[in-house]
Design a protein around this ligand. Structure first.
Ligand code: UDX
Length: 447
């Protein structure tokens, strides 16, 4: 099928590349000329496993191309995915101006039938607005456009894998024509008939659940899923605080809870809380949408409050040991909002660093992938070449992101480099008993 992807951010680039990978012809459009030039040079604007090799191969084989010209992009496409950014406004609402602008332009430029699919995370009822916009600016009656919602559930660091082997595909449609096209589009993934670039053998023999709903329900599924996962994290973090008060271990509590199949072990890792460009923003947007529709989503406001308090909790732990933070040297391991990504947006590590710096501490940081982006965001940060340098001369070391490589370090060397062997393990990466046996003053989260 002929596909156009508008917006080559995280979601757009992964979606476009993976759709090309399963055999479609995809044109990716972005009005950021520098980004299009980067992609045309074969460079990646983001780090994501598998993405660079898949982009290169699909371009070489003629299924994937990039352009800054929307008219050219949509010309031959039957299905157009809107994947532009929906950043948060001051009041937590999502800024939908880019979505509206693209819908308007598609309305004006399209000369034949188009199925316009919203893929960006958008508030409920955006589909209805896109539909109206297409018709107002496109004219031509009701038959020229269909609108559908097809939320993405891609995790950074495993987005290609998540796209090609999803738990489910959700499509919200208003017309059987749209359902037919989207079924055809996703058939290789649903039936697992494509040659997987990641696994030589198929990971699962069953077909992927393909859920067809109305547009509004599909829009809600996205926000409700992310908010539910965020709730799980804040729940376990609250239990972690209780563990500290009563002398229990959150890792064991989470294990015991997670063995119940109704609960599951995923997203029960206590620590510094959730960050990234999705959870915090989607949660706030969901609260806002509910408020606008007349529902007070108090539960989610509390989830957000608990998450923000994780940072104060971590600082309090440090202060309990160090008393005064001013002029203390603090090493920080990890800057990305989670492992396997270079993304530092809304990273809990940055929130901790901001608080430390505000109190006058000297922060030395290291991250395996996110140093470049961290430097751009916080030029005054002391960036170290490796984790040992970050620990050197430190009065305390904070583990802010649970990168696997930290677990394999020579901890005896780390301890000998530090001024005081105090570790605040904000992600419960290390074994508490083993750290203590090694002579560290070890502080975990909920243990
Ligand atoms: C998320 C959703 O998972 C994905 O479906 C959606 O479409 C985009 O947002 P992502 O932001 O990549 O993906 O990160 P995810 O792996 O979900 O983690 C989010 C945050 O929660 C991270 O900061 C992570 O460290 C934190 N987290 C996760 C915890 O603190 N504890 C956990 O148990 C799990």
């Amino acid at each position: 099928m002929e596909i156009c992807i508008v917006g080559t951010g995280y979601v757009g680039l992964v979606t476009g590349t993976c759709l090309a990978e399963i055999g479609h012809r995809v044109v990716c459009v972005d009005d950021d000329l520098a980004k299009i030039a980067t992609l045309k040079r074969g460079e990646m604007p983001i780090f994501e496993p598998w993405l660079d090799s898949l982009v290169a191969r699909n371009r070489r084989e003629g299924r994937l191309s990039f352009t800054a010209d929307l008219k050219e992009g949509i010309e031959t496409a039957t299905v157009i995915f809107i994947c532009v950014g929906t950043p948060p406004l001051e009041d937590g609402d999502a800024d939908l101006s880019a979505v509206e602008q693209v819908a308007r332009q598609i309305g004006e430029l399209a000369s034949a039938y188009k199925l316009v699919v919203e893929k960006s995370t958008v508030p409920v009822q955006t589909g209805m607005w896109i539909d109206k916009t297409l018709k107002v600016y496109g004219g031509g009656g009701d038959e020229r456009f269909d609108v559908a919602s097809n939320p993405e559930f891609l995790r950074e660091g495993s987005a290609v894998e998540d796209f090609l082997h999803p738990d489910r595909i959700v499509v919200g449609v208003g017309h059987p024509r749209a359902e037919r096209l989207l079924r055809e589009l996703y058939e290789p993934i649903v039936r697992r008939t494509f040659t997987c670039p990641i696994h030589s053998k198929c990971v699962d023999a069953r077909s992927v659940p393909f859920l067809v709903t109305d547009i509004t329900s599909a829009e809600l599924i996205k926000h409700a899923s992310n908010s539910f996962l965020a709730t799980k994290i804040s729940f376990i973090n609250s239990v972690a605080d209780l563990c500290e008060l009563v002398g229990a271990d959150i890792a064991l509590v989470a294990e015991g809870m997670g063995l119940d199949r109704r609960i599951g072990r995923n997203f029960l890792n206590a620590g510094l809380g959730f960050g990234g460009f999705c959870f915090p923003k989607d949660l706030q947007a969901f609260v806002k949408i509910a408020e606008k529709c007349g529902y007070d989503f108090h539960l989610l406001q509390e989830v957000d409050r608990i998450n923000q308090s994780r940072i104060s909790q971590a600082i309090k732990k440090l202060k309990n040991e160090l008393w005064i933070l001013k002029e203390k040297v603090i090493g920080v391991w990890g800057l990305a909002f989670k492992p396997d990504t270079d993304d530092v947006r809304y990273s809990p590590a940055f929130a901790v660093i901001g608080r430390l710096m505000a109190e006058g501490a000297i922060v030395k940081a290291y991250d395996p992938k996110a140093m470049e982006k961290a430097r751009q965001q916080l030029p005054s940060l002391i960036c170290c070449r490796d984790p040992y340098e970050a620990a050197s001369g430190a009065d305390a070391l904070v583990v802010a992101t649970e990168w696997k490589e930290f677990a394999g370090l020579d901890l005896t060397r780390v301890k000998s480099l530090m001024r005081r062997p105090l570790m605040l393990d904000g992600r419960n990466l290390f074994d508490r008993q083993a750290m203590k046996a090694m002579g560290f003053e070890y502080l975990g989260m909920g243990r």
